[in-house]
Write a protein that binds this ligand. Structure first.
Ligand code: SAM
Length: 260
């Protein structure tokens, strides 16, 4: 029997009705290029394989792989990548004109760096359906002005449409996590509502704007934004970054990069 490993964030789904709801939200269809992150003992992999007959998984814990492979073997071909998902090249994994669908009950200890890693590959991803700790899921989908809105919200919402689907109680897992969980869908935009001319600059600007949350935009961005630009763009520099919509961060970044 496998003893769940804390360092791999292992909380295995065991509530069949929750698993069914997640698979229903994913709505897998044969012929799609689907990749699951952290299949574990196959709680989601099995029902997905029954519909897909072919998919890929990325699992770091080598001790889980043999059992997983033999459990799904009757249903088709499972390609297993035994590696850290943070080093997985999703762009290289796209093998033809199909965009990737990426799903998973994510290891919560790496969820934020993992979301940033996936954003780097957003151009090859059609959609993502993830289980995350509720607090992180709330940040991904947060609206400007809300307490949860921050750098992660701006960066995710720049690249994707983020939709909170439903919450999952700790009792759905073994062992139960200490926190509530949520299922979220991220759909990278085929055509972005607003486009930063220089995405690296945009990233740096957003990071700086949220560097000290209680400071105003003027103070956090003192070295990046000349005073007169706030007036030109009609943005109040006395506000905090947490009330600024993504489109204003993009306008600010574009005005600064044009100037340079
Ligand atoms: N999908 C399974 C389920 O729902 O029962 C397991 C989910 S468990 C929350 C997270 C899974 O991710 C575990 O199987 C764990 O071994 C795996 N994992 C943890 N860190 C990982 C990493 N850096 N790269 C790939 N897989 C990882």
């Amino acid at each position: 029997m496998h003893i769940p490993r804390k360092r791999f964030g292992q909380h295995f789904l065991c509530d069949q009705s929750v698993i069914h709801r997640i698979v229903h939200a994913i709505a897998p269809s044969r012929g799609e290029h689907l990749i699951e992150i952290g299949p574990g003992q196959g709680a989601m992999t099995l029902p997905l394989m029954k519909q897909m007959h072919e998919m890929e998984v990325i699992e770091l814990d080598r001790d889980l792989i043999d059992e997983l492979s033999s459990r799904v073997q009757p249903f088709g071909r499972l390609q297993v990548h035994n590696q850290d998902v943070l080093t997985f090249d999703f762009t290289a994994a796209r093998s033809d004109d199909r965009l990737l669908r990426v799903v998973g009950n994510l290891p919560y200890n790496i969820s934020t760096p993992l979301i940033f890693h996936l954003l780097d590959h957003a151009a090859v991803i059609k959609d993502m359906v993830f289980m995350l700790q509720k607090e992180v899921a709330d940040r991904l989908a947060a609206a400007p002005g809300s307490h949860a809105y921050g750098r992660l919200s701006v960066m995710v919402q720049y690249h994707c449409e983020a939709t909170h689907l439903f919450d999952v109680a700790p009792s759905a897992f073994y062992p139960p996590p200490k926190v509530q969980s949520s299922i979220i869908r991220l759909r990278p935009y085929a055509k972005r509502p607003c486009v930063a001319n220089d995405e690296k600059h945009f990233e740096t600007l957003v990071k700086a704007a949220f560097a000290t949350r209680r400071k105003t935009l003027r103070n956090n961005l003192k070295t990046m934004v000349p005073d007169e630009l706030w007036t030109v763009l009609n943005i109040d520099p006395g506000l905090r970054a947490e009330v600024l919509p993504v489109s204003d961060f993009v306008r600010l970044s574009n005005a600064l990069t044009e100037k340079e």
